[in-house]
Design a protein around this ligand. Structure first.
Ligand code: FAD
Length: 444
């Protein structure tokens, strides 16, 4: 393989796939290395192509930020990746607050997201990832390698050995099902999630500020099945709302799926989730706090889902770090760089935006995988040998990555802060009298 224009993307999550497609569009030959098996052969999650008896998966709110980045990848002459994703999403124009007032029972209150019908879009994470994987596997310049878990990466391979086949040397713990293996590459992009190996490798070579903070709350996934009316499946709640049951220190939410079910998530402190260890405790908690939701979910389904968890939710934490790169050789994006609390619905949207932000800078500095084809600042190197061109491009890529770290960081810190603040808004403020007066004065 010619490693001069080769980019190794670690992680075939949504950010890794979009990164691969965006680099391939700039002339790079891209390999995606993913530690898990191909999820398209192991379907999970509501909203997946074959969801009969499938286990559950989260669904995500995709908003303008993420759609803009997705729209920069064309998949057909007249369709881009945002069009593809939107054709599998349910628009949510407002949130529906399900209150529980002493003596007044359960009430529903709709709060629009905008004055002009603006919406966010509910899409299954599994399905979204599948759609991106389909596009990546169909691209002639992208190869996908599953069951390949990165163990370590040497970002100084050529400094140590000038004859090395590439700047970076990736070592895998497993290689497509068997044995250890290694590969060379000019460039490594870490899209390997919250426990990123690419990030920790860079941190050993250059100072990287790093902070990970857990909150006391964790989450549990539930499901509201379709309602059967006259033999036909229909939504049990209005699908065009993000449903919230705010209860101050905890809350339940529900987002619609195309199959007319809802994916519901309980966010609560360990003191509450830790008590959900018996049928009686689970049903008593839901009957007291979310009686309307319990009716829609069904006692047996709630118990069957929560009892095996034995009071253990999935943890929630945020990661902040700086910088996000090493020279012109490695950079990390998405949750690897900025996992954030899910309460602003922006974690993946920001990850997609990272890809657009970075590739704009790569264009600005005129770097391409196929050096003969210049872009951006017009540093054309027609006819130049690819090896020489890459030696010249490497410092330009270092500039692009340095600018990326500097310019992207303040926005990522701000949005992570807003995600934490929105937890307080969603769980409490949406039902506070002051908030409701302000909203009604705003005409919302
Ligand atoms: P990941 O999805 O974590 O993918 C990383 C990939 O790298 C994985 O496939 C993993 O297997 C692979 N990998 C890891 N290590 C290695 C290795 N050593 N070698 C090879 N492969 C490796 N975001 C939104 O925008 N909107 C929402 O509404 C929203 N809701 C959320 C609700 C919940 C409950 C949670 C928990 C998150 C939510 N998010 C939301 C955040 C969103 O899920 C993440 O930001 C997003 O999945 C991150 O994508 P990623 O590709 O960066 O990382």
């Amino acid at each position: 393989m010619d490693t001069h224009s080769h980019a190794a993307v670690v992680g075939a999550g949504p950010v890794g796939c979009l990164t691969a497609l965006s680099l391939a569009a700039r002339g790079f030959t891209v390999s995606i290395y993913e530690r898990r098996p191909d999820p398209r052969h192991h379907q999970i999650g509501s909203g997946s192509r074959d969801n009969a008896s499938a286990p559950r998966s989260i669904n995500l709110a995709i908003s303008a930020r993420g759609l803009k980045a997705l729209s920069s990848v064309n998949v057909e002459t007249d369709r881009n990746m945002a069009d593809v994703v939107l054709s599998h999403a349910v628009p949510m124009r407002a949130r529906m607050i399900h209150t529980k007032d002493e003596g007044q029972g359960v009430k529903q209150m709709s709060q629009a997201y905008g004055l002009n019908g603006e919406c966010i879009n509910s899409v299954s994470r599994t399905l979204l990832n599948d759609l991106l994987l389909d596009q990546a596997s169909a691209h002639p310049a992208v190869s996908l390698h599953f069951n390949c878990k990165l163990r370590s990466v040497d970002l100084q391979a050529r400094e140590k050995d000038p004859q090395a086949e590439g700047e970076c040397h990736l070592n895998f713990e497993s290689w497509e099902g068997s044995g250890p293996a290694s590969r060379y590459s000019a460039l490594v992009v870490g899209c390997d999630g919250i426990n990123s190996i690419v990030r920790s490798t860079i941190a050993r070579l250059t100072p990287v500020n790093f902070q990970q903070e857990y909150i006391d709350s964790s989450y549990l996934e539930l499901r509201i099945p379709p309602k059967i009316e006259d033999g036909a499946a229909t939504f049990a709640l209005d699908p065009n709302h993000l449903h919230i049951w705010p209860r101050h220190s905890f809350m339940l939410i529900a987002l619609a799926n195309l199959d007319k079910s809802f994916t519901s998530t309980l966010f609560a402190p360990q003191a509450i989730i830790g008590r959900l260890t018996s049928r009686g405790a689970i049903l008593e908690f839901f009957a007291n706090e979310f009686p309307d939701a319990l009716k829609l979910m069904g006692d047996e389904d709630v118990v069957a889902t929560l009892l095996p968890r034995q009071g253990k939710g999935s943890p929630l934490s945020s990661v902040k770090c700086y910088p996000y790169h090493y020279k012109g050789r490695a950079v990390f994006l998405g949750d690897a760089a900025h996992a954030m609390l899910p309460f602003y619905g922006q974690g993946l949207n920001c990850g997609f935006e990272d890809v657009g932000f970075l590739t704009n800078l790569i264009d600005k500095h005129g770097v391409r995988g196929d050096p003969g084809q210049s872009v951006g600042s017009g540093k054309s190197v027609q006819g130049e040998k690819e090896e020489n061109a890459w030696d010249r491009y490497s410092p330009l890529l270092a500039q692009a990555f340095t600018e990326y770290s500097k310019e992207r960081h303040p926005d990522l810190i701000a949005i992570s802060y807003l995600a934490t603040q929105n937890y307080h808004e969603m769980s409490s403020r949406v039902v506070s009298p002051l908030y409701l007066i302000r909203k009604s004065l705003d005409g919302l």
